[in-house]
Write a protein that binds this ligand. Structure first.
Ligand SMILES: [Zn+2]
Length: 299
């Protein structure tokens, strides 16, 4: 794990559910909930009947980190970020290779994996989601619909992570500027303290012609916001001994526009990515309720 051993993180998770190193668990749920509610006609009813399932499973990829799940490319952990400002390219990082093999060739396997794999992971899950949508077109009452719900939850997670500015920065926890813990203070504590009063813009569906490029764009725009949050944190800690009410009020004052913008964009991004996968699959009619009719015996 990036900010501590797996055991430590697991212990924190049990003791305090809001301590993680991605958007916190509850912020992930909240963003996914907004995204689902903003889906277009054609998907809305399907996801409405599975909302609780999708919302709950949108945190699963972070649990995969805790149990040390490994995919073809290795540990789950680097699937959640790309430290895009640590790859020897200027903003907006167009020179960072988009092709996985080219990325590994340029930076070497060890550094490439250490810096992160989020765009490629999102692409992998997106492609699976397109395939399952296509399966639904062939067999609307089969397992594919359930798989669509699960993969949508996983894709939601990665798209949300791409919108967390600290998932796009080498200084991902303020560790390089003596501001350790800003990652969680920003994405979890600040969100949960102000959930009722944050002003988020309505979900909008944008075309996503290329999911990997879409994730790169989200990372690049997020990275550009990191410094302002670090500045807000620095100003808020001045003369203080604890991260108390006054600290969080000042942090909110300094970083509110970024927080509201990124939460809003994350929800729109999730809704747009799911809609794009469905569109790419030919917009199959989605089953709204599971069939209760008896299945005919084939002879
Ligand atoms: Zn994550």
């Amino acid at each position: 794990m990036r900010t501590g051993g797996a055991a430590l993180v697991a212990a924190l998770f049990v003791a305090a559910p809001t301590v993680t190193n991605a958007w916190g668990i509850e912020p992930h749920r909240q963003i996914t909930k907004r995204a689902i509610a903003g889906l277009p006609v054609g998907l809305k009813a399907f996801f409405a009947t599975r909302a609780a399932f999708v919302i709950e499973h949108s945190i699963d990829p972070d649990q995969w980190r805790i149990v040390g799940l490994k995919g073809d490319r290795g540990d789950e952990d680097p699937n959640h970020f790309l430290d895009i400002d640590g790859l020897d390219e200027p903003h907006p990082f167009k020179g960072v290779p988009r092709d996985w093999d080219a990325y590994v060739t340029r930076y070497g396997a060890e550094r490439a994996n250490k810096m992160g794999r989020l765009p490629w992971r999102a692409e992998e899950i997106y492609k699976l989601l397109v395939q399952r949508f296509q399966d639904v077109a062939r067999n609307p009452q089969g397992y594919a619909a359930d798989n669509v719900a699960y993969l949508s939850a996983a894709l939601a997670h990665y798209v949300e992570d791409a919108h967390q500015p600290f998932h796009a920065a080498l200084n991902y926890d303020g560790q390089l500027t003596n501001q350790r813990g800003i990652h969680a203070r920003f994405e979890t504590d600040l969100v949960m303290r102000n959930l009722a009063t944050l002003k988020l813009t309505p979900v909008t569906i944008r075309p996503v012609p290329n999911i990997k490029e879409f994730i790169f764009d989200a990372l690049a725009s997020g990275q550009a916001m990191v410094q302002s949050v670090l500045d807000a944190d620095k100003a808020a800690t001045e003369g203080r001994e604890f991260y108390d009410e006054v600290y969080f009020a000042k942090l909110l004052k300094g970083s509110r526009p970024v927080l509201e913008r990124r939460l809003s964009d994350a929800a729109s991004g999730v809704a747009s990515a799911i809609t794009a996968a469905w569109t790419e699959a030919g917009k199959p009619a989605m089953p709204v309720t599971k069939t209760t009719a008896p299945v005919r015996i084939r002879r």
